[in-house]
Design a protein around this ligand. Structure first.
Ligand SMILES: Nc1ncnc2c1ncn2[C@@H]1O[C@H](COP(=O)(O)OP(=O)(O)O)[C@@H](O)[C@H]1O
Ligand SMILES: Nc1ccn([C@H]2C[C@H](O)[C@@H](COP(=O)(O)OP(=O)(O)O)O2)c(=O)n1
Length: 224
């Protein structure tokens, strides 16, 4: 086992393949994995469960300050609990996708979760793939490899539709993907690669090809 540090930061819009590709890349390099979007989703679930008014920024922040989150950091088993309740499936439901931007646009909430994310990277011994919207730019701008994973809107909508098993119509998918990205873009720029960030466009790549492209980008960044 090597203990050489390897922090890989990955950002991108909804449905670009961040979670699935990041997990595969973590397994390839033998790294821990952090899904930061799951943290914002779990906090949304908690606020809804606590009947917090999502338009009340102070109430949302108060909930975040007492957020009883427990999250695993292995790529092969997803573990997310809030106050002992398994929320792995619940946080992917459309009602969460539709409300999560209200939580993620709260500055105080972001500061709290960003600190938790930096702690997670440190606790991994700096051997982790972390993915989200602001990992390459805010959470870990000092990562050893920084990647922006994109795909055309059409491709991302189609992927999300398939992933949700055809349960959502086009309008619902557009709300959960395009409209959410538009809201999230007001907080972070995850459509253009910042300086030093490698862009991987997966529009014309299948899953395996995308993983290979990211691994190649990581290897290249490590040699710099
Ligand atoms: N390059 C690809 N080609 C085809 N399907 C992909 C590709 N990358 C990801 N997927 C699939 O698209 C869906 C969305 O991917 P996901 O990792 O959840 O995206 P994100 O985390 O960016 O929202 C998943 O079902 C995933 O398996
Ligand atoms: N680092 C991050 C990660 C996610 N978010 C917000 C923005 C997103 O709408 C939600 C959910 O993120 P998630 O990565 O689960 O979303 P997708 O799987 O890409 O659809 O959290 C964020 O603001 N910052």
């Amino acid at each position: 086992m090597t203990s050489e540090r390897l922090v890989i930061a990955m950002d991108g819009p909804s449905g670009s393949g961040k979670s699935s590709v990041a997990k595969a890349v973590a397994q390839h390099f033998g790294l821990a994995y952090l899904d930061t979007g799951a943290m914002y989703r779990a906090l949304t679930w908690y606020c809804l469960q606590q009947q917090v008014d999502l338009t009340d920024a102070d109430a949302v922040l108060a909930a975040a300050q007492n957020f009883p989150l427990s999250q695993g950091t292995t790529a092969d088993v997803e573990m997310i609990e809030v106050d002992g309740v398994d929320v792995v499936e619940a946080i992917r439901e459309p009602r969460i996708s539709e409300n999560v931007s209200a939580i993620a646009s709260n500055r105080g909430v972001r500061d709290l979760l960003i600190n938790m994310q930096r702690d997670a990277i440190k606790n991994s011994g700096y051997r982790m793939v972390a993915e989200g919207r602001d990992i390459t730019t805010v959470v870990a701008p000092d990562a050893d490899a920084r990647i922006l994973l994109t795909a055309s809107e059409e491709v991302r909508l189609a992927r999300r539709g398939l992933q949700l098993g055809g349960t959502q119509n086009n309008e619902q998918l557009a709300q959960q993907v395009s409209a959410r990205d538009a809201k999230d873009s007001k907080v972070n720029n995850f459509t253009e690669a910042a300086e030093g960030v490698t862009l991987v466009d997966s529009s014309d790549l299948n899953f395996e090809e995308t993983i290979d492209a990211v691994i190649k980008a990581v290897e290249e960044a490590r040699q710099k």
